[in-house]
Design a protein around this ligand. Structure first.
Ligand code: NAD
Ligand code: UD1
Length: 339
């Protein structure tokens, strides 16, 4: 079975390509490399010992996209391609709507024209907005507090409308919690450009000596140690969830939103301490003010993923930190530095 993977060279996409290939599926990646390196795909090949096809292109270019999709012979699509920096989305919202919403429209149009109606979409826990209850279940009301979140919500709504108009579509909307970690080989991982916004890559860069200390954004939240609490999910578990979602869509029509989280909350300081023991390196911290737009605490109810997909997270915080550390040590400057 051929799977067409938009954004397959990126952080979550590359790990998912490994799991798809290991599950015996064939893969065509479609990526414009705006936030990734082709080298990631070479490493996917060396981890799996298998080939994959890769086409360079932009999902907003409907002609190129449709041709690549038709040429691939795919029957199913996983759609990772998108921009994901919350701060940047507030500064340049039109770029985010264009890339994430218009890009997804082009993809759905191409799919409809080619009669390929099976799609897994990368959504985010950010669509739940301020928690009205915890853990978040898929029935939690939806809202967005920033432009990035609005684009995810807009695409989710578009998918629900498409399904209402034609029930032969098979759509899985996966709402990721906080993906972290790297492949245990240390060959692929998250390669943020510039100063990382997210916690785990920042902590890893402090441990490796690239940055002096971690700014902890607030320690006066109503949480056990005062720092923000999130549901961290190992990227290899997340990738495995995509294989399960593709297999689920093979068996079931419908449009389902499904949480992919571990179901456990960890604070910023929990993660820092876990990283210190995994790496054996100190991670100095300085407490700063709260980061604007941050929520106190949230985590997933992952039971729907267990019931529908037969998936649950297997790797804990120790593996998340050990694998991040292995990737960081072997690639202190990311893919550009070579191995
Ligand atoms: P990433 O930036 O590493 O990967 C995205 C990939 O899409 C990159 O390879 C990029 O080059 C490609 N891309 C972007 N715009 C494109 C376009 N117009 N045409 C073709 N390719 C394009 O991000 P990621 O962390 O792997 O995230 C993948 C998806 O999951 C994104 O949609 C993101 O919004 C979503 N998501 C990520 C997180 C997270 O924390 N990483 C959390 C929730 C949801
Ligand atoms: C952020 C995005 C979210 C996106 C997710 C994954 C915001 C408001 N939310 O989530 O939409 O889906 O990334 O890409 O940006 N922290 C520090 N110091 C740091 C970095 C983070 O203390 O240098 C803290 C944060 O305050 C938070 C926790 O660490 O409590 C996790 O932060 P982060 O990794 O950025 O993820 P989110 O904010 O949960």
């Amino acid at each position: 079975m051929m799977i067409f993977v938009t954004g397959g060279a990126g952080y979550i996409g590359s790990h998912t390509c490994v799991e798809l290939l290991n599950a015996g599926m064939d893969v065509t990646v479609f990526d414009n490399f705006s936030n990734s390196q082709a080298e990631a795909l070479e490493r996917v090949k060396s981890i799996t010992g298998k080939q994959l096809r890769s086409v360079e292109g932009d999902i907003r270019d409907g002609v190129a996209l449709k041709k690549a999709l038709a040429d691939s012979g795919a029957t199913s699509v996983i759609h990772f391609a998108g921009l994901k920096a919350v701060g940047e989305s507030e500064v340049d919202p039109l770029r985010y709507y264009d890339n994430n919403v218009v890009g997804t429209m082009r993809l759905l149009e191409s799919m409809r024209e080619l009669n390929i109606k099976q799609l897994v979409f990368s959504s985010s826990a950010t669509v739940y907005g301020v928690p009205q209850f915890l853990p978040y279940t898929e029935k939690h009301p939806l809202s967005a507090t920033n432009t990035y979140g609005q684009t995810k919500l807009a695409v989710e709504n578009m998918l629900r409308d498409v399904y209402r108009s034609d029930a032969s579509w098979r759509l899985a909307i996966l709402r990721y919690f906080n993906p972290v970690g790297a492949h245990p080989t240390g060959l692929i991982g998250e390669d943020p450009q510039g100063v990382p916004n997210n916690l785990m890559p920042y902590v890893a860069q402090v441990a490796v000596g690239r940055r002096e200390f971690l700014n902890v954004w607030g320690n006066d939240y109503p949480t056990p140690d005062g720092t923000g609490v999130r549901d961290y999910i190992h990227v290899v578990d997340l990738a495995a969830g995509h294989v399960k979602a593709v297999q689920f869509l093979e068996r079931n029509a419908g449009c389902n939103a499904i949480n992919l989280g571990a179901g456990v909350g960890h604070s910023v300081l929990d993660l820092v301490h876990a990283f210190e023991s995994a790496s054996g390196k100190p991670v100095p911290v300085k407490v700063g003010p709260r980061r604007s737009g941050d929520l106190d605490a949230y985590w997933a109810d992952p039971s729907l993923a267990r019931d529908l997909l037969g998936w649950s997270a297997e790797r804990g915080m120790e593996a998340m930190c050990l694998d991040t550390w292995k990737w960081q040590q072997s690639n202190p400057n990311g893919y550009k530095g070579g191995i």
